[in-house]
Design a protein around this ligand. Structure first.
Ligand code: ZN
Length: 78
């Protein structure tokens, strides 16, 4: 899904949040073995690095769930 993706319903259109302070995305990964989290970050690289460091804990800590938040805003079509 690109930043240009538009979702329409009735008289509203949903577009990526245009506010300059809104990040394009917020990333987080959670260990599926112990539910520890990387914490949220504006860049995916930081959370992937956390996962690689966390995997050092052993076989019960090598699976991860990625959570990515994108911000949207609804606008009237007319
Ligand atoms: Zn873990």
């Amino acid at each position: 899904m690109s930043a240009e993706t538009i979702h329409r319903h009735a008289d509203w259109v949903l577009r990526r949040e245009p506010a300059p302070e809104a990040p394009p995305a917020v990333y987080e990964v959670e260990c599926t073995g112990c539910t520890h989290s990387s914490g949220a970050a504006d860049e995916s690289g930081a959370v992937y690095e956390w996962a690689a460091r966390h995997a050092v804990l052993g076989p019960g800590h090598t699976g991860f769930r990625e959570i990515v938040h994108h911000f949207w805003r609804a606008f009237p079509t007319s």
